[in-house]
Design a protein around this ligand. Structure first.
Ligand code: FAD
Length: 396
């Protein structure tokens, strides 16, 4: 799929820290769109070992703010063509995404989101229980005793799921073919600076000279930024997920309920994939909890009581880098040549292609693309937050 790891060179035009979906996408677009192939991707473990290989693969664009909706829509459109671009089957199923509303207030918020989406050309609308039943016939929609009665849902037809490993492998192969070197098991331990500019990176395999570093380390991004003297307003939490044993297909849309803190889809293999909200404590320890399994099962059973006897096959956890407004932190920092892709919380996988494309443009041209300008780090100092609180979090 890609060349074996070689020796590190003394210098590169660009050093990308993090071999997840964002780092690999940046390497891929640097070569594809700007002919920049003298690039090293440094990954402290194996390629795709972080959240890129642990996420629950939901892609959608129905965000609440115009800035967010436009940005994620551009990413979804890139994903639609990415399999062909990479010549790699990414198993993308756009079967639709439903965010359930369980109260009058939630119906109002969904209607509002649908309006913002439609103004930005995104296919998204509020639907009633009858249509929900048609889209997800196996779900218990009109239970008179439901703790969380379903009043309606925000329906986003182009939303869906993709195979996350395939995205990682396809991008890694594409980046490699474009000339980028992939260096697994190469940990960045320091960033060298002089007069406010990046000079190089220190790793467990020696020091490399470079004038441009992209910090694409998601859950670890505040640690790596600190090495460059850049403080990010990020806290890192774990997010857990689990799957049941494979079952006969009964669900092809993604179901999300923010109020119940649960989301559910069924994989191509038939496993029922379930997830929840981040754990409230900060940690770098990717260890799951029994409490998560109890809570996620309880809520999943309220929607799908027929899963009562299904057994959990496996569960796992990954890191999430949460920003104060639930929007990413993207682009330049006060250190010349040190750029970040961070603040991805529970929703960054869907952004990988557009992050790669826009960061590559920033590096190649020196100009911040309009699409990512609202997500600059300065916004926290200039009081112009982009609050996605109502549309991110458990919605992924
Ligand atoms: C359980 C779970 C479910 C999720 N579900 C969804 C979803 O449905 N949809 C969605 O859009 N998003 C989802 N996310 C979020 C999404 O996975 C992340 O936001 C996204 O993957 C982050 O970008 P990345 O792939 O580049 O990060 P990562 O894959 O985490 O890449 C960062 C890499 O940096 C490496 N690294 C860290 N420090 C160093 C260092 N010092 N030197 C070298 N390398 C280093 C790490 O080892 C890691 O491989 C989910 C996350 C989790 C955990």
């Amino acid at each position: 799929m890609w060349r074996r790891r070689g020796e590190l060179k003394d210098s590169y035009d660009v050093v990308i820290v993090g071999g997840g979906s964002h780092g690999l996408a940046a390497a891929y677009y640097l070569a594809k769109e700007h002919g920049i192939g003298n690039v090293a991707v440094l990954e402290k473990s194996y390629i795709g070992s972080g959240a890129a290989g642990r996420n629950t693969t939901i892609l959608r664009a129905n965000y609440k703010t115009p800035e967010g909706a436009r940005f994620y829509d551009a990413s979804l459109k890139l994903y639609e063509g990415l399999g062909a671009d990479l010549n790699f089957n990414l198993l993308f199923s756009q079967n639709g995404h439903l965010t359930l509303a369980h109260s009058d207030r939630a119906m109002f918020v969904m209607a509002n989101r649908a309006e913002v989406n439609r103004i930005n050309g995104i296919d998204s609308r509020l639907i009633q229980p009858d249509e929900i039943k048609r889209l997800a016939p196996a779900m218990q929609v009109d239970d008179p005793h439901a703790v969380y009665p379903i009043q309606g849902a925000l329906y986003h037809p182009p939303g869906g799921v993709i195979r996350h490993d395939a995205v990682v492998w396809g991008l890694a192969r594409g980046a490699d073919r474009g000339g980028a070197e992939l260096h697994p098991y190469t940990e960045v331990t320091g960033i060298e600076r002089r007069n406010g500019s990046v000079e190089g990176v220190r790793t467990n395999r020696g020091t490399i000279k470079t004038k441009t570093v992209l910090n694409c380390t998601a859950g670890w991004s505040s640690i790596v930024s600190e090495m460059a003297g850049v403080e990010l307003p990020i806290t890192t939490h774990i997010l857990q997920a689990c799957v049941t044993e494979p079952l006969k297909p009964f669900l092809d849309v993604v179901i999300v309920s923010s109020q119940m803190h649960v989301y559910i889809s069924q994989t191509d293999r038939g496993e029922v994939l379930m997830g929840a909200e981040i754990e409230p404590w900060t940690t770098y320890r990717m260890q799951g909890t029994l409490n998560f399994l109890q809570e996620v099962s309880r809520h999943a059973l309220e929607l799908f009581p027929q899963l009562e006897r299904a057994r959990i096959l496996r569960s796992w956890a990954g890191l999430c880098d949460l920003s104060p407004d639930y929007s990413p932190i993207l682009g330049r920092t006060e250190v010349e040549g040190f750029h970040v892709s961070s603040g991805w919380g529970t929703y960054g996988f869907k952004a990988a292609p557009i992050v790669g494309k826009t960061l590559a443009e920033l590096v190649a041209t020196g100009r911040t693309p309009d699409l990512i300008e609202p997500f600059a780090l300065e916004r926290f100092y200039e009081d112009r937050l982009v609050s996605e609180l109502a549309a991110a979090a458990v919605s992924h």
